[in-house]
Design a protein around this ligand. Structure first.
Ligand SMILES: [Ca+2]
Length: 313
């Protein structure tokens, strides 16, 4: 049985790896790519989304969305991590395709309403597009099959602040709406993604098997890896965004717990995700009033990376 998804993305080196998986996996039906600011400006994200699917020889609808956060000022894109072009500053060809004539939020609403109960939203970027879709049509809460978010961190600490993961930090107000909307939701955050390291041998196998797309994956990986080497001192990178798809297709590789999520929207801890496990009493109930969600607290990193390499080679 195939799994129809919309992939919400800000490509981005690790986004590109995940898009390759969504394009390649025989059991994933990629209904569309929706783009947002984040790792890059939104126009660059849209170009990269079109390019990656064209390099794979596929024509996938791309709908452009959020150019900035809902409320806070936008930070400049992290060009030192993903490159100014989002793909490690390697030379890229022009694209043939055009984005859809509707916004990302409208595309999500239309697609979910066309196939109620079937579509999974996989979001691996700041969450403005999903927040916009909720604003346009709140009834999609009951019509999506599931929402899988790569973002947040419970016990692992943050990656852009001591407590915040980048996607939630970049738009905490949108994140708060999406993580507490009450739809079936799984959060795949740094607690899981930091267990996974895509090493150079794994990338070599992927590059060899992926043709023209493989050249872009391998070239952008070299740039991204240099950042990991400098910042964290290991030879490889965390394939954050691919982990959301790994959870969707291979949930048995992850340890999850149900509970209530809250997102801090202001102040020093902005973008922090707070998790109150189901049934656990705290001094007041204030952290346990949001709808239940599922949160990944650990992953079998080696098995996840094996799955990524198998899917792409
Ligand atoms: Ca991303």
């Amino acid at each position: 049985m195939t799994t129809p998804i919309i992939f919400d993305t800000d490509p981005g080196v690790d986004d590109a790896q995940a898009i390759a998986i969504a394009l390649a996996h025989p059991d994933i039906e990629l209904l569309g790519l929706t783009t947002t600011f984040g790792n890059v400006e939104v126009a660059t994200a849209t170009y990269n989304a079109l390019l990656l699917s064209e390099l794979a020889g596929q024509s996938i609808p791309v709908a452009q969305g959020a150019a900035a956060p809902m409320s806070k000022p936008k930070s400049p894109p992290p060009a030192h991590i993903h490159g100014a072009n989002g793909l490690g500053n390697i030379d890229l060809p022009p694209v043939k395709g055009q984005p859809q004539p509707v916004s990302a939020g409208q595309f999500i609403v239309d697609t979910v309403n066309a196939r109620p109960g079937e579509v999974t939203l996989v979001a691996v970027a700041p969450l403005g597009n999903l927040a916009a879709a909720l604003q346009i049509d709140p009834s999609i809460v009951d019509k999506v099959k599931r929402v899988v978010v790569m973002g947040g961190s419970i016990r692992e600490g943050g990656n852009v602040t001591p407590v915040a993961e980048a996607n939630l930090f970049n738009d905490p107000h949108a994140g708060a709406r999406v993580l507490t909307a009450g739809w079936p939701l799984t959060m795949v955050g740094l607690d899981a993604t930091h267990r996974c390291v895509l090493d150079p041998a794994a990338m070599a196998r992927i590059a060899e098997a992926q043709g023209e797309l493989g050249k872009v994956l391998a070239g952008s990986y070299e740039f991204y890896k240099a950042f990991y080497q400098q910042a964290l001192g290991f030879d490889g990178c965390c394939p954050h965004d691919s982990c959301a798809l790994a959870w969707l297709m291979k949930p048995e590789l992850f340890t999850t717990q149900r509970g209530h999520l809250n997102v801090v929207t202001e102040g020093h801890a902005e973008g922090q995700t707070i998790f109150a496990p189901e049934g656990r009493p705290f001094i007041t109930e204030r952290w346990s009033t949001t709808p239940l969600a599922e949160v990944c607290l650990d992953a079998d990193g080696a098995a996840v990376v094996d799955w990524i390499v198998e899917t792409l080679s």
